[in-house]
Design a binder for this molecule. Structure first.
Ligand SMILES: [Ca+2]
Ligand SMILES: [Ca+2]
Length: 346
């Protein structure tokens, strides 16, 4: 093994070359949602290479595996750039009709014409400058604020700069497409690996809780896993109120239409059976309730696993507790919620 010594000597260095020569493996092949500038949404898998981001502080090399969200700035294809420059040149034509047609063509080019139009503002021909100003004004109105640079979100923060992006291939259930960056608005990557876990060890930071009495969803020390779980009741008292309506809504979890996903959790339930009720629900994108299951009383920690309806793209887990006007108990306890892909063998 001639190269072994060299390899060892270099192993502490972040050698970008060695990383980029790796064949795309399953670890880098990530589920994502790609939103195009025309509003099209594509759900599939993308292998994102390192992003070299030219920031005001210098070149930043962001590993593709770290990217959680990529907002693509204005990218113009070489053909559109050449056409835009030609139309700008034609705006200085002696022929009025040519000037009119060139201006209309630039407006139709939209985002792709912005760079050439900004260049035209420096023209010596006052009519060219006036037309360019008009078109830019109309484009800003119709396109809103156009992002000039890339924005990259990772768990280490948000970075802004210009990236030299190539076409990005997305593999979907129905086939694959290679999309040029000029057509991409943003890509959101699912870095959970299709797995969501909540054991309430850090409290309710990712959840939204609403209640109408003293009874509320809160973290308690009686845990199925770790040190803490979630309970709905009066904090520090062993019962709940009458007329409770308490709801806890979790964060958005991407599940992917191609997956065989389930939600699974541990629970205990002390209630007046038939009069007080606790449900687990799943809310899909847009607010539709796609699953609602009532929990049965359980004196010891019990696992429940429910399939997530096929074709679902994203879900929010919800727990709801409602009580009538008599008989109280300790209420529901929930711990170790998981949303995972059974097809991935988890
Ligand atoms: Ca726990
Ligand atoms: Ca009751």
């Amino acid at each position: 093994m001639l190269g072994a010594g060299v390899l060892l000597a270099c192993s502490a260095l972040p050698t970008r070359e060695a990383v980029s020569e790796d064949p795309p493996g399953p670890a880098r092949d990530v589920m994502c949602e790609m939103i195009l500038v025309d509003g099209t949404r594509l759900l599939g898998r993308v292998t994102l290479e390192e992003i070299q981001l030219r920031t005001v502080y210098g070149l930043l090399r962001v590993p593709g595996t770290d990217v959680e969200e990529l907002l693509v700035g204005v990218h113009v294809s070489p053909e559109d750039a050449a056409r835009a420059l030609e139309f700008v040149r034609q705006m200085a034509s002696d022929d009025f009709r040519t000037r009119e047609e060139a201006a209309a063509a630039l407006e139709r080019l939209g985002r792709g014409a912005i760079g050439a139009l900004e260049g035209a503002l420096g023209s010596a021909d006052p009519e060219v400058v006036a037309r360019a100003q008009q078109i830019l004004g109309r484009l800003r109105e119709s396109l809103g604020e156009v992002r000039r640079e890339e924005e990259v979100y990772t768990r280490n923060g948000r970075f802004r700069g210009e990236a030299a992006l190539g076409p990005i291939r997305i593999r979907m259930d129905v086939g694959e497409l290679t999309i040029p960056p000029s057509k991409i608005e943003k890509i959101m990557f699912d870095r959970s690996g299709g797995r969501f876990v909540e054991g309430f060890e850090d409290g309710l930071t990712r959840w939204t809780e609403t209640h109408n009495t003293r009874t509320q969803w809160h973290v308690c020390a009686d845990a199925a896993d770790g040190r803490q779980s979630l309970r709905c009741g009066i904090p520090n008292e062993a019962n709940y109120d009458d007329g409770v309506q308490a709801r806890l809504e979790g964060p958005r979890v991407m599940v992917g239409t191609h997956r065989r996903s389930v939600i699974r959790f541990q629970y205990k339930l002390f209630i007046e059976q038939g009069a007080d009720h606790c449900w687990v629900k799943l809310i899909a994108e847009g607010g539709a309730e796609i699953l609602s299951q009532e929990l049965s009383p359980a004196a010891a920690w019990t696992q429940m696993e429910l399939p997530i309806p096929a074709g679902t793209r994203e879900v929010r887990p919800v727990f709801e507790f409602r009580t009538d006007g008599s008989v109280q108990a300790a209420g529901p306890y929930i711990d170790q919620i998981e949303i995972l892909d059974k097809a991935a063998g988890q």
